[in-house]
Design a protein around this ligand. Sequence first.
Ligand code: CA
Length: 232
Amino acid sequence: MHPRVMVVEDENALSELLKYNLEAEGYEVEVVDRGDDAELRLREQVPDLLLLDWMLPGLSGIELCRRLRLREETEALPVIMLTARSEESERIRGLSTGADDFVVKPFSVPELMARVKAMLRRANPEKISTLLKVGDIEMDRETRRVHRNDREVKLGPTEYKLLEFLLSAPGRVFSRAQLLDGVWGHDNYVDERTVDVHVGRLRRGICRGKEVDPIRTVRGAGYALDDKFSKQ
Ligand code: CA
């Protein structure tokens, strides 16, 4: 599953830029533009990393960070604080805010992406691992290449994401609705039968000759990566 990043930033242009770049890196991104809204949202769902602006309407980033550290669910949540280049930015470095890292605006996007990746890797090594290997199927998420029995498998972008999703939890049965959500995203109005079409394409892509079909169709439930296959 993709690591989830929450961006709390009230400058629209900046949050759009961050969302675009984070999604290009394969993260699931949620943008919130007020500190108080972010606090409420974080009580419902905790992401894998928080990019937090310092100056926010509703509740400041520093205060939000301080409160997060007091709650068990979020005390270890990795937080990168975004601060404006001002005298204040130097001063807040000295404050104990509980942030794990500071980035001063304007920042270089590639540098911030590298810091996000490094922090996620530290906090959650298995989630960010680039190589997924199940049975004789190997997916390298850095190069986006898939191999089966040392043969390179060419997949379309949707089939690739579908396979990535299934490989991330071998044996687990995903309903069509869960696959739609995970692969196509929440905002897509795609028919559940579309899932069947793409599973069919994925099967044709990864199975050659007598190779075992690694995808199990569970009638009335959905699809899974066969756990018998994963134990090969
Ligand atoms: Ca701001």
